[in-house]
Design a protein around this ligand. Structure first.
Ligand code: AMP
Ligand code: MG
Length: 426
């Protein structure tokens, strides 16, 4: 529940009490999303995705007892008296290599030359490393000479037991787990070349505005180039979604309607612009007439106007047009929604504690996401410094930032040295 707020004197036109707080807005948005249906993917394509089913080991890893070193397979008891001064001499009766299907048995008081990963011969219980031996008469017939052993082996020295990494029937990866590289290796080693993961959502990204043109066109007077499509699209991709750029819609009912119609099959439409209070901000009117879309004023800065709802069965998130407001709103509201569709349990951003190097005013009872650069500090939390001009349209300071420092709604003034939370951008 939002806390009661003192009405604002500075900006009476901002009816702050009727604004929605960030957490309530996020909660309403998230209630519309759940993990997408599982699909089966080859292991490498599933890197970084979320498993939709447990993986149980069908075999031991390693599957058989084998040598951890290049050396000689022996019975440890045959080498018990070996020292550098008085080595034990054993005849070498065979040579086994990795991948060899059949391995001869080791008889008492003999040695078998063995390579890393080769099955340990029956009768052997240890491997003596090459570095602790000398083999004579083996240059033309390796594994047929005599070996001097300078080191007393103990049972199981340099032996890898079957199942010592993964025992058969144990769970090597579980539903809900994010597949990291080592997990993929474990899954491969128990014989599963494919896994079930929640599929990536497709995000349709639509810019709006009569003044907005594509970056490849020479802008006519009064027009600007579209940057939002690229910031939004790249963010969505970096979070694991697939992106479909839907272009730039004119501020006209027909163009907006037809572009939205083309995007009905995506998992989330993200628009930017047209949800504020300007004369041509008619995205919000089209959204209201085409679907069930609410327009909110959210108590945040940058950002504030935000649309959320459904066009037919397709969820739609309408971001403000100003590039930083759009990006911050997408990080705060879009990322958790995308992560939920991907099946992640951790959907909130990673928060770190920082110390503000700067004094910051925060009037207006809004949660302020300040673009900062974070530097490590001796013996305390990292220090956050303002990364440049904080206007909602100043994208260069977002580009210069590596974190968003969060000034709470009720904190009207941040004194230098104040400890605050920050969202890391990468
Ligand atoms: P609006 O919310 O549509 O009034 O837009 C607010 C501001 O953001 C205006 O100055 C727009 O020109 C700018 N803007 C809107 N869309 C984009 C975009 N795709 N790329 C860059 N700036 C934009
Ligand atoms: Mg506009």
């Amino acid at each position: 529940m939002p806390e009661p707020i003192t009405p604002l004197v500075e900006r009476p036109w901002d009816d702050v009490e009727r604004m929605l707080d960030v957490d309530s807005a996020l909660e309403q948005i998230l209630s519309a999303f759940s993990p997408l249906q599982p699909i089966t993917l080859p292991l490498l394509d599933a890197a970084g995705m979320v498993l939709a089913a447990d993986v149980i080991a069908a075999n031991d890893v390693p599957p058989f007892r084998n040598s951890a070193m290049d050396g000689y397979a022996v019975r440890a008891s045959d080498t018990a008296s070996a020292t550098w001064a008085a080595p034990v001499e054993l005849p070498v009766t065979a040579h086994v290599v990795a991948g060899q299907p059949e391995v001869p048995r080791l008889a008492t008081s003999e040695a078998i030359r063995i390579m890393t990963g080769a099955p340990l011969p029956d009768g052997a219980d240890a491997v003596v490393r090459f570095e602790e031996t000398d083999e004579s008469g083996s240059s033309d017939r390796p594994g047929r000479g005599r070996v001097l052993v300078y080191h007393a082996a103990r049972p199981l020295d340099n032996v890898r037991e079957a199942g010592e990494d993964i025992a058969r029937s144990t769970r090597v990866a579980y539903r809900g787990q994010v597949l990291r590289p080592a997990d993929l290796g474990l899954i491969a080693s128990v014989g599963e070349p494919r896994v079930q993961v929640h599929r990536r959502p497709v995000i349709g990204v639509l810019s709006t505005g009569n003044e907005v043109t594509s970056p490849d066109a020479e802008p006519a007077p009064g027009r600007i180039r579209d940057s939002n499509s690229f910031v939004i699209g790249a963010l969505a991709r970096s979070w694991g979604a697939d992106v479909r750029l839907l272009g730039i819609a004119r501020d006209s009912v027909s163009d907006l309607t037809s572009r939205l119609d083309e995007a009905r099959d995506v998992d989330l439409i993200v628009t930017s612009g047209g949800v504020s209070v300007g004369d041509y901000d008619l995205v919000k009117d089209v959204l209201k007439s085409e679907g069930e879309v609410a327009i909110w004023q959210v108590r945040m800065k940058p950002g504030k106007p935000l649309a959320f709802g459904q066009i037919g069965n397709t969820p739609l998130l309408g971001l403000p047009g100003n590039p930083v407001a759009a990006a911050v709103s997408f990080i705060v509201f879009g990322r958790p929604a995308i992560r939920r569709m991907l099946g992640h349990q951790e959907i909130q951003p990673r928060i770190v504690e920082v110390v503000s190097a700067d004094g910051i005013d925060n009037r207006g009872q809004r949660r302020h996401y300040v673009r900062v650069r974070v530097e490590p500090a001796d013996g305390g939390p990292p220090v956050a410094r303002i990364a440049g001009e904080q206007g909602a349209g100043v994208l260069s300071s977002l580009a210069a930032a590596d974190a968003l420092m969060i000034v709470p709604e009720a904190m009207e003034r941040v004194q230098p040295g104040t400890h605050l939370q920050a969202i890391l951008l990468d």
